[in-house]
Design a protein around this ligand. Structure first.
Ligand code: VGL
Ligand code: ZN
Length: 200
């Protein structure tokens, strides 16, 4: 059974949003088409309280895109984005949401970020997605969405670690590319056996 995981196609990651991924909106038509080809379709939504520790604004004097050390490791400090209940956190209006059977929200604990759809950034607190996919008999995943080098890559790496077959469709992903993060994420995914495909 094959599943499509659509990562964080939310207003704040699209042009005009608080943490806009370059060209992020252009992947939406391709994702909408892909949804009809998978019997299992899951959307993820970055979903942070206003006092979230990943926001630069919550650290006195810290600039957006600087780094801090958190108990679970280094953490990028982001512009405030995807605050629970705001328009920025909503799915982009052009994204089809009806085909999805599950919407998984992540990053709702103030003290810990969650890039991956499977685990928070401590790599151990689960979101519950693994159990959902296994109980539906899913063994292979195609992942698309935003951003290639953060939430898509972390999700793909965790999925490989959990034993799923994973394909990333690069025509339906866009990256942030912060200090070489796109090349680093790409080589990590390749080394982990993630299939990188550029055609839908
Ligand atoms: C993301 C940075 C912060 C993502 C989420 O969806 O890739 N990136 N929160
Ligand atoms: Zn976030």
């Amino acid at each position: 059974m094959q599943g499509l995981i659509v990562i964080d196609v939310q207003n704040d990651f699209c042009p005009g949003g608080a943490l806009a991924v370059p060209d992020g909106g252009s992947i939406i038509p391709a994702i909408n088409t892909l949804m009809d080809r998978f019997p299992v379709c899951v959307l993820t939504q970055d979903w942070h309280p206003a006092d979230h520790a990943s926001f630069a604004a919550n650290h006195a004097g810290a600039a957006p895109y600087s780094m801090i050390d958190m108990p679970y490791g280094p953490q990028v400090l982001w512009p405030t984005h995807c605050v629970i209940g705001t328009t920025g956190a909503a799915f982009h209006p052009a994204l089809r949401t009806d085909p999805a059977q599950l919407i998984i929200r992540k990053g709702f604990r103030a003290a810990i970020d969650s890039y991956s759809a499977f685990f928070e950034n401590d790599r151990s607190t689960p979101t519950g997605l693994e159990g959902y996919l296994r109980s539906r008999g899913v063994t292979g995943l195609t992942m698309v969405g935003l951003a290639t080098d953060f939430c898509v890559a972390y999700s793909a790496l965790d999925a490989r670690r959990l034993g799923f077959d994973v394909t990333i469709d690069l025509t339906a992903c866009r990256g942030i590319d912060l200090n070489g993060s796109l090349a680093e994420a790409t080589s990590k995914m390749k080394a982990a056996g993630v299939v990188m495909r550029s055609a839908l």
